[in-house]
Ligand binder design. Structure first.
Ligand code: PLP
Length: 338
């Protein structure tokens, strides 16, 4: 049945119609403001953490272990939420070397900016790991958990992105929220034709597809990959959907899910000049602030799709999943766009 949620997010988040932006793209475009799920903890991860941290508390946990990229929004949201609940957090963050150099794993030399600044502010313990070690993250976190248990602590491990079946149910709830907003006419009365959002670890896509199907919010979900490729995410999302269905067997009919990897750019957290130019354009047309790691790529992909004529006449809901601290850590990359 429905697992317990720990209240962490500020809900419901608004759905807005950015009129000038919609006109520029030529779409019936609506935006679900999940960048407004909170203060510095805001973004999509806090919805998943409502379920994951409820489970951690119910199991008596006192320490949360999780992982991500160096500027991980998920790790930051976890560190902030854990601090608010009086829990310790340990973050395994992946660093990449410059050129052929081995990455510097000394946390004292980390730049205090963006998500890392927030992690440190709430006292999260950061453990830096190389990309090779990160591939083994599940085992690494389990070993850390075993060591803490042996020392008398009560650890709880949250996978990358909070993306397991339990976490994804946060986005099933988000879709029931959109259903109520449609019912009272806050976003037009008809269901959406397609929901578009950034995809980085698959949990949001799984929950959105399950919830959009269950609450008849949209016929199709288009998950815009920001790394890896469509095949990889199709497999990951299918696994998460299966896990969520085992938790809540009523989630029988996910909406049609398309993983689109056309806007993933050169690498995770690396964007193209034209993607950054879109971020600037969107900001100036709407006041909406996208980020170069997730939402900016997803939106650039949506814009390209609209330009191709593929979405003509369709009602489109873009989920703004947050990511502001990641933008603030990449100001230097915008040198030629601003
Ligand atoms: C993590 C994240 C995503 C991707 O969500 P997943 O559930 O990991 O696929 C999208 N946007 C932002 C800003 C994120 O931090």
């Amino acid at each position: 049945m429905t697992p317990r949620r720990q209240t962490l997010a500020h809900l419901p988040t608004p759905i807005v119609k950015p009129v000038r932006l919609a006109r520029a793209i030529g779409l019936d475009l609506w935006v679900k403001r999940d960048d407004m799920t909170g203060g510095p903890e805001a973004g999509n991860k806090i919805r998943k953490l409502e379920l994951l941290l409820a489970d951690a508390l119910d199991r008596g946990a006192d320490t949360i272990i999780t992982c991500g990229g160096i500027q991980s929004n998920h790790a930051r949201a976890t560190a902030l939420a854990a601090a608010s609940l009086g829990m310790r957090s340990i973050l395994y963050l992946r660093v990449t070397g410059v050129g052929d150099a081995e990455p510097d794993l000394d946390p004292s030399r980390l730049a205090l900016e963006g998500n890392v600044l927030l992690d440190k502010l709430v006292g999260a313990e950061i453990r830096l790991i190389s990309p090779a070690a990160y591939r083994d993250r599940t085992r690494l976190m389990q070993e850390a958990s075993d060591a803490l248990t042996a020392a008398g602590a009560k650890p709880y491990v949250i996978p990358e992105g909070g993306s397991n079946g339990l976490g994804s149910i946060g986005y099933v709830h988000a879709m029931s929220e959109v259903r109520r907003q449609l019912d009272v006419g806050l976003a037009g009365k008809k269901p959406f034709d397609v929901i578009v959002h950034a995809c980085g670890s698959g949990g949001t896509a799984a929950g959105v597809a399950l919830g959009a199907g269950r609450y008849e919010v949209a016929a199709e979900v288009r998950a815009m990959a920001v790394c890896d490729d469509a095949k990889y995410f199709e497999r990951v999302i299918e696994r998460i959907i299966g896990e969520a269905q085992a938790i809540d067997p009523r989630l029988t009919h996910p909406a049609h899910l398309v993983v689109d990897d056309s806007a993933k750019g050169p690498a995770y957290a690396v964007s193209t000049p034209s993607q950054r130019a879109r971020i600037v354009e969107v900001a100036r047309l709407s006041g909406l602030v996208l980020d170069p790691v997730y939402t900016g790529k997803a939106f650039a992909g949506l814009w390209a799709l609209a330009d191709s004529g593929a979405l003509r006449g369709e009602r489109v809901l873009f989920i703004h999943t947050g990511g502001l601290p990641g933008l603030l850590a990449q100001g230097a990359a915008f040198g030629s766009e601003l």
